[in-house]
Every structure is written in structure tokens, then in C-alpha cells.
Design a binder for this molecule. Sequence first.
Ligand code: XIL
Length: 402
Amino acid sequence: MTNMDFYNIAKKATRGTMFFTIASLALSLVQCTSKHQVTTSVAANNPDKGLKDYYKNYFPIGVAVSMASLHGSDSALIVKEFNSVTPENDMKMGPIHPSENVYNWKNADAIVDFAVSHQIRIRGHNLCWHNQEAAWMFKGPNGEPVTKELLLQRLKDHIFAVAGRYKGKIYAWDVVNEAVDDSDDTTQVYRKSNWYKICNGPDFIDSAFKYAHQADPNAKLYYNDYNSEHPVKREKIYKLLKKLIDDHAPIDGVGMQAHWKLNDPSPEELRKALDEVTSLGLKVQFTEMDITIRLPKPPPALGTMPAPTPVPDSGYTAQAEARQIAQYKMAFDIIRQYRKYITNVTFWNVSDRSSWLDGRGGGLLGGAAAGVNTPRVIRKAYPLLFDENRQRKKAYWAVVNF
Ligand code: XIL
């Protein structure tokens, strides 16, 4: 209701001076409050403050980092804006443990040292995933398919080595990443990964949580996945979480990756996903947030899937920018309302100069996180709060002015 509406309703409601005086008083209060809000917003545009400062009474704000971002021009921005980091690739099974007796600690150690020296907290990502996997784990000593027992032993050794090394330094781990199936078939709860197939079911998920808790009893343990607001996948994730809780697995919360689009999720979907997960007594972290400006093209009729054709890049248009600002604002308005459940919001990459989304599908299919049947012919995703020159975008101000 605008001030004028309020004024008119008050005038119509009574001709008595008494009410009118009260209404006028109330109106000046409304005007006073909105003036105050304007002042607050202007004050909030303070170049000395970073995202972490605006959100200091809410939750830590993080960013995915690589060696390049630590040593290049991003590092000052990281220190200024964020108080949590997640190694983008350097702690994943394949990169950190490429063969049985080889661990690549160099990059992971450097990220941990950087964060510790700047008093930035660290999320570990991740201890078990079907991508960027350590392929050697799936083969037995003589090249035969590994047995379930040996695979779980290797998982345990891996988790003890990695979570053990950073014990006390990593405050939260994505223990298992993306173990839920993407299809619309509601009976297929679990992704048919090597882990699932060799273990003949989802027990490896329970085991991974158990090992992580043994390796570092103080670390907070998360199950992490994408499209967690989509109704079908949401229900599958719920089933997995319910099972873990029923099994007494040491799980603290859910990572919602938040690789979002301009029209996805809707506010209702976001709230529903949060309500469901928090009803289980779990915390939530938004672990990999970005909002691509690229909308998926509608899928072609079955069987006629064309090869993607390159089209000119429309760039960061004013319309896309406006929609992105609105989507970021909507998401953070809701996220702040759920603050008592939310323990971290992390962006996946630093600025639009370089996003993991830009390169997907060799540049032909990039620009949005994977989904079923979403062929895309797109270029840069422009998904973050800082532009290609590392400057704050309008979406940044929409996120911090509240
Ligand atoms: C991505 C990285 O950003 C890329 O650099 C890498 O090539 C592939 O993985 N979900 C996850 C992240 O959990 O680990 C992925 O990170 C993005 C999707």
C-alpha cells in the first residue's frame, strides 16, 4: 500500500476529525519510516564494507577458490568480501588422491594456509562424488572390478587421510556430493554411480558420513546436491536425508548448491525446499550459488535432439540484468528469513570474468548447470555479484541493501 492509498482509505473511512487526526499521525509515521529506510540504504553503499560485513549478523558468506584466484588479482577481493572459502577443485577425490599411495596436498594446503592466515573459515569439498573421481579406486589389485569391502576400505582410508589432515581447520565438509538421481522417475532415488553399483545400494553414503565423523568429530557434515528445489528431486533428497537420519548417520545439514537461473527456483519452491529440510532438524548451507542469465531452451521433441548450433552471444543485456537482480533479491530476502537454519552462503567463483559455467560443453552448451533435456546454445553466464572487471554489480547492492 502506498502512502497515498493509506491516506485515501483513511479519509473515506470516516469524516470524523478524530480518526482523521490519527490517520494523519500514522501517515507521518509511515513517511518517517520510509525516509529512514532510504537513509539506511544509502549508508549501506559503503565501499569499505564487504558482503561478509553486511551479513555479519546472519551467516558467513563464502566463495569457491582455486590457486589462480589466490595468487592473482582476485585475492584482495576475496579477503575484503568473504569470510569463508571452498576449494573449487583441489580437495576432490581425483585431484587430491590420483592413485593409491599418492596424495597431492600442495594446492589444498595452500588454500588452507591462505584462509587460516586471513582468518577465513574453510568448507571442505568433497569427500565422495561420482565426478572427478579417483578412478583407481574402482579397480581391484589385478585390474578386476573392486569388491564392495575393498571400495569401502579405500573410502575410509581416503576420508581419514583428507579430513584427518585438515582436522580443526575445515569447519564443514560436503561429505557426499550429488548421490541422488536426476530423472523424473520417482522410484529411482539414487544415482546409479560406480559407488552405488559396486556397493549394491546407498550404504556408501552412510559409511562416508560415519568415516568423516570419526576422522574429524568437530566438523559439520553436509550432504550436497543441485536442483534441490525442483519438486521431484526435492522429494528424492528428502528420502535420502530421512534414511540417513533414521540410520543415525552423523549428518548436520544439507548443501543446496544453488546453481540457479533467472526463473528458477520460484519463491514458493525455495521456501518449500527449506521448510522440508529444516523440518528434519537439519541446517542448510547454500554451497555453490550462481544465477546464470541463460535460460534453457525448451527441449525438442523426443528423438529429434539437434546438435547445438553456435549463435552470437547476446551478452549481459539490460533485461537479463534486471531479471538477475530480481532473482538475487528474491532469494536473499527468503534466505534471510530462514537465518536461524542457514549457516553459510557461498558463491561458486569470484566474478563474471571467469565462471565454471562459461566453459560448459566446450562453450556450446555452457551457461547453466546440467539438467535433464536442457540443450543450450549459449556463451558467458554472467552469474555472479562482481562483473568482469571485478566491480560490484547492481545485483550486489540488491543483496546487501535490506
Ligand atoms: C566444478 C568446477 O567449478 C569446475 O572447475 C570443474 O571443472 C567441474 O566441477 N557441482 C559441484 C562442484 O559440486 O564441484 C562443481 O565444480 C560444479 C557442480
